[in-house]
Design a protein around this ligand. Sequence first.
Ligand SMILES: [Zn+2]
Length: 189
Amino acid sequence: MNQEQIFEHFRDTDALLEGHFILSSGLHSPRYLQCALALQYPFDAVRFGRAIAEKFQDQIFETVASPAIGGLVIGYAVAQALNVRFIWTERQDGIMTVRRGFSVKENERILVVEDVITTGGSTRECIAALEKSGGKVTAAASIIDRSGGAAEVGVPRIALATLEVPSYKPEDCPMCQAGEIAVKPGSRK
Ligand SMILES: [Zn+2]
């Protein structure tokens, strides 16, 4: 799957909208990404999972782990493709934690998988929680990299596709200046 095929699938499933959007932050953007929509059909999740797994053919992992909720579907699919177990981390009182009775062996080799990397924050928090439990995270992956390659997570990282998602303050927004009406994602169809 090349980057264009990935974006085509994202557009077809409305996971990638193009237009003039008001983000939840109040900023305006010509793009809006909702990755969950691209993974609704297991067939598609399996394809993306396999594509990520293929990037790690020469590496050995004992476990794939993802930060909940965004990483759950794609992480499960990658674990299936690599035929290893899958666990996740989640926030408890705001702190990313290994819960649910999951345990991690000392130096267990782990791949951390997310759907989208923006700043890398949730991947970094997931890695920290796993390492606190004794694991050794050796790589990270996502379907989409929204950081333009800039997000640092402390381990080698790959993405299937890189996407620029510029955002503007309303008063600086070139689309507003061109007289285009901004909409909240989901309000146009
Ligand atoms: Zn605007």
